[in-house]
Design a protein around this ligand. Structure first.
Ligand code: ATP
Ligand code: MG
Length: 455
């Protein structure tokens, strides 16, 4: 197959280049997808036109990476990433090429790309395949192999070993042995890569359909020791009891069992027991105990995520889920107890917390069904949420101002009284009317000797 069919939109897009005397090629992930018989998700193209020339021939271009010769062209419903042919010379810091040179030919451009499967081009609009490094054969063999010497290619850009691992998990391909063996010696270079680029690769790996392949490669290559040593230390930590896996395999399985469209739940699943090696001890009957592992795991996860510069909102969410993951329920709980659980967990965390519990169970028992008690608990929570009770102070029928008008003085006492009223309506939601709450507030102040201003 020396030509491939080219979608109509892409043909028409390429005419704009050819009519202006330029050449343009489809490159990158889309070609991999074509040969894997998957539908490409986005289009990357390479051209001999400079970014300035591209800006002239299209009405609108977005300078998304102009310093690397990349612009994004909105075309019909597509956002097409367009990079001028280039070569790179000298990578003295293992992170960025010292100089970017524009190249004359597509073959030169393909030779600077990372893996053979990523170094194929399709000329547009005719669909002719250009494959100087036999990428198609490697796709058939399902292997990931660098273009040229892996040692050289990894020492130029330390991110490439992480990309190899990420692509392996995305495609299910094996990393070719010589390429894999070159990862370990390049770890010092990889350690100098900007932390945000590392984080983005790790997130893509964790969020892939089958993260187990990538996690396994991450561990065996030494990349996990480099970026997530706390996780690597969970290897060999046996748990006995209900658990048939050591802590690390349990975490891998929980991560894979968490939903693919919930990043915080997936990340929480991967780290939820990371404190177990630290807190593990043996009781008199020879069983392991892991007291307070959820608190220790949450603290360790916070440090890891801060180190990898995750956004604060994600850190907060993941660590809260981990801290709460051992939550416990008994059918004898009153509705007030269920309401208190909702308040202390936070309404927005309820669903992710149950998703985490499912993933955790799946990684122990192999099935993600919840125990009958927890199914009942979830139903009770749903029922209570549907009644739109008071779950936060702002749902109370009185405000701080109402209390002031009733004579309760400013400052800390208002906060104390509001919290007391909140507890009262959690116990009995029917008390949530302005009139009743003001009476209760005044009685409470009287009992606690909180001074009132009598108007
Ligand atoms: P994805 O589906 O994740 O977008 P992709 O292969 O398109 O996969 P990109 O990160 O978008 O990956 O990169 C586009 C192309 O640019 C790659 O296919 C590869 O040829 C090249 N490339 C990207 N990053 C590097 C790198 N660090 N070193 C060498 N070539 C790279
Ligand atoms: Mg891409």
């Amino acid at each position: 197959m020396n030509t491939v069919p080219v979608p109509r939109d892409l043909q028409e897009f390429s005419h704009i280049f050819t009519q202006n005397g330029f050449s343009v090629y489809l490159v990158g992930g889309a070609i991999r997808d074509i040969f894997l018989k998957k539908k490409p998700t986005d289009w990357d193209v390479a051209t001999n036109a400079s970014p300035q020339q591209v800006s002239k021939i299209f009405k609108r271009v977005i300078p998304t990476g102009i310093e690397h010769g990349t612009v994004t062209i909105p075309f019909r419903s597509h956002m097409i990433e367009c990079t001028t042919f280039r070569t790179e010379q000298g990578y003295s810091d293992g992170r960025h090429p010292d100089k970017i040179h524009y190249a004359a030919t597509i073959e030169e451009d393909l030779s600077r790309r990372d893996f053979t499967m990523n170094a194929i081009a399709v000329s547009l609009p005719d669909g002719k395949v250009i494959d100087p490094f036999n990428g198609r054969a490697d796709i058939k063999k399902r292997i990931i192999k660098t273009v040229g010497s892996p040692t050289e290619r990894f020492s130029e850009d330390g991110l490439r070993p992480l990309r190899a691992v990420r692509f392996s998990t995305l495609t299910g391909f094996t990393i070719e042995p010589e390429t894999f063996a070159a990862i370990q010696p390049a770890l010092t270079v990889t350690g100098r890569v900007a932390v945000e680029r590392v984080r983005d690769e790790l997130v893509k790996l964790i969020m892939s359909e089958q993260p187990l392949t990538g996690l396994d490669y991450l561990e065996k290559s030494g990349l996990m020791d480099l970026f997530l040593p706390e996780l690597a230390q969970c290897r060999g930590i046996e748990q006995k009891g209900r658990h048939q896996f050591d802590v690390l395999d349990h975490l891998y399985r929980a991560c894979a069992a968490a939903p693919q469209n919930e990043p915080e739940v997936r990340i929480a699943a991967l780290f939820h027991d990371i404190g177990k090696p630290i807190v593990r001890s043996l009781d008199e009957s020879g069983n392991f105990t892991f007291y307070h592992h959820e608190t220790v795991s949450a603290k360790m996860t916070k440090k890891i995520m801060e180190r990898l510069r995750f956004p604060n909102r994600s850190i907060e969410m993941v660590t809260h889920l981990i801290r709460m993951h051992m939550f416990h329920y008994e059918p004898v709980w009153t509705d007030a107890a269920v309401r208190r659980f909702i308040v202390s967990t936070g309404v927005e965390y309820i669903e992710p917390l149950f998703l985490l519990r499912r993933a955790d169970s799946a990684a122990i028992t192999g099935t993600s069904t919840l125990l009958p008690d927890l199914v009942e608990f979830r139903e009770r929570i749903n029922h209570i949420l549907a009644q739109k009770h008071v779950f936060s102070l702002k749902d109370l029928a009185v405000t701080g101002n109402d209390l002031k008008k009733a004579g309760i003085t400013h400052g800390p006492s208002i906060g104390i009284v509001l919290r007391e009223l909140h507890n009262t309506v959690l116990d009995d939601p029917s008390l949530n009317t302005k009139e009743r709450l003001i009476k209760i507030a005044l009685a409470f102040c009287n009992e606690r000797k909180i001074p009132l201003i009598i108007f």
